[in-house]
Design a protein around this ligand. Structure first.
Ligand code: BES
Ligand code: MN
Ligand code: ZN
Length: 496
């Protein structure tokens, strides 16, 4: 799907479908005057007859043989007119365009008659993101799939065309990276093994000139990653400890270094502390943090990110065999601390502990981890919001700002010292699991023990990484969502 900046007004664009965002507040006549006129003055009447009020998600499709556009689609955006409304509008429009086999689609980049305080380049980017993410389907295993529209014309008025073109490009890069993360998550666990994830990292590295190191189990063990090895112990699939490295092109003073760390459990059975069937069903998505990290790494050069970035993914299954780690086993991690593995289903914090310690050893200036870590975080924040915890409020504030810009829901949870108390071991330094209270925070308190003094932020993405049921915005299909990629890209494009 190609995005093209149009050089005429929306209502003059020859296309198969013109989609118009209509707010609930403004009258349709006022909103759509010129499109209405071009369509022969029938839109408002038909819309009214169909009960269209502009409520969010409502659509009316009208054939308009007199107009340069063959059909007009009115898309309700409710009472909002910001970037999130545009993202939803564009996604709704593009999905409908595919349904009616439209090849050329014209999209607006503002909600007519609504007061508009978002700059034009941000609006263009939101429309590109909405359309690009909205058209996504995981179609590798479908026998036939309807083609996506070939071309999307963006009517953006007469702003700075250079800036608008760059906004389109930034939107496309964010879409491609997000969809790459979605693909990695959507692949079933029999395909997306740790080795396959390492291959995906290799492809990313080759595609954008990144360094790549993949540690095998014996190397990881020799280095001291006992916790990672303990999780991998029960699996027949060889684990992979994946490290990507991006260096900015510009040669100047040594740039700051950020580590992105992702939980890469390609399937989480729970181990000997086995999950019930219902809880296990979607656990191919337990590598969504790693997928987000790997996909983000592949977009850094396109966005000319100015800092050095490590992308670290600790990839293994959490399975059961005769060598599987037992509840009660005590293991030493890379950071030197010992952990009693009270519950083998609390495996994410184990592999992350070694990955965080690895980042600390690499001498990075700050660390951001993404992990489908706890069901407790989903209970606290629901399906669409990730939990944010960390040891550096300034870093977390910057991430909250990036998430808001990206349109990803992120909410800070507290990390009081008392959360660590429950995680202290009886005969070891730490244990990996305690009672159910404050589960997301206790997990984060455990992780904090492995980052030393480095500024660190942890995103628990157990809820938003995978879309299961209704209520998803139209730019998110069922399955992997690519959550975190857009926030990370916003953050890294302007990290201070
Ligand atoms: N991968 C799960 C967390 C999860 C749950 C992700 C639901 C996505 C949706 C994680 O490894 C896990 O099993 N966590 C346990 C921790 C507990 C044993 C302390 C949990 O949340 O129950
Ligand atoms: Mn688990
Ligand atoms: Zn898990």
């Amino acid at each position: 799907m190609r995005f093209v900046l149009a050089d005429t007004a929306l209502h003059e664009l020859p296309c198969d479908l013109l989609a118009l965002p209509v707010s609930e507040r403004g009258s349709l006549e006022g909103n759509a005057a010129r499109v209405e006129q071009a369509a022969g003055g029938r839109l408002a009447e038909i819309a009214r007859a169909d009960g269209f009020t502009g409520a969010r998600g409502q659509v009316v499709l009208v054939h308009t043989p007199e107009a340069p556009f063959r059909r007009a689609l009115l898309v309700g955006v409710g009472r909002e007119a910001g970037t999130e409304a545009l993202r939803r509008y564009a996604a709704t429009a593009i999905r409908r365009a595919r349904d009616v086999r439209a090849a050329r689609v014209a999209l607006a980049t503002s909600v007519a008659s609504a007061t508009e305080d978002t700059p034009p380049d941000e609006r263009v980017r939101a429309v590109v993101e909405g359309a690009g993410l909205g058209i996504y389907r995981f179609d590798r295993y479908r026998s036939h799939d309807e083609p996506a529209p070939a071309e999307v014309l963006l009517a953006a008025g007469d702003g700075d065309r250079g800036a608008l073109g760059r906004a389109i490009r930034a939107g496309e890069v964010a879409v491609d990276a997000t969809c790459r993360a979605r693909d990695l998550v959507n692949e079933p666990a029999n395909v997306m093994t740790p080795a396959a994830l390492a291959d995906a990292a290799r492809a990313v590295a080759a595609g954008s000139g990144l360094g790549l190191t993949v540690l095998e189990l014996d190397e990881a063990r020799a280095m001291g990653m006992g916790l990672f090895a303990a999780v991998a112990a029960g699996s027949a699939e060889p684990p992979k400890f994946i490290v990507l490295e991006y260096r900015p092109d510009a040669s100047g003073p040594a740039p700051r270094t950020v580590a992105l760390v992702g939980k890469g459990i390609t399937f989480d059975t729970g181990g000997l502390s086995i999950k019930p069937a219902g809880g296990m069903r979607t656990m191919k998505s337990d590598m969504a943090g790693a997928a987000a990290v790997i996909a983000t790494m592949g977009a850094l050069r396109d966005l000319a990110v100015p800092v050095r970035v490590f992308g670290i993914a600790a990839a293994t299954e959490n399975m059961i065999n005769g060598r599987a780690t037992r509840p009660g086993d005590i293991v030493r991690g890379l950071g030197g601390k010992t952990v009693e593995i009270v519950n083998t289903d609390a495996e994410g914090r184990l592999v992350l502990a070694d990955a965080l310690a690895y980042a600390v050893r690499a001498g990075v200036d700050e660390i951001i981890d993404l992990a489908t870590l706890t069901g407790a975080c989903v209970v606290a924040l629901g399906d669409w919001t990730a939990g944010l915890m960390g040891n550096d409020q300034a870093l977390m504030d910057r991430l909250l700002r990036a998430a808001a810009q990206a349109g990803e829901q992120l909410w800070q949870l507290p990390l009081y010292d008392e959360f660590l108390e429950a995680m202290r071991g009886d005969i070891s330094d730490l244990k990996n699991s305690a009672g159910r209270e404050g589960g997301a925070e206790r997990a984060a308190a455990f992780l904090r023990e492995f980052v030393g003094t480095a500024p660190w932020a942890h995103l628990d993405i157990a809820g938003p990484a995978f879309a299961e049921d209704k209520g998803a915005p139209p730019y998110i299909a069922a399955g992997g969502t690519g959550y975190g990629v857009r926030t990370l890209l916003r953050y890294l494009a302007s990290p201070r």
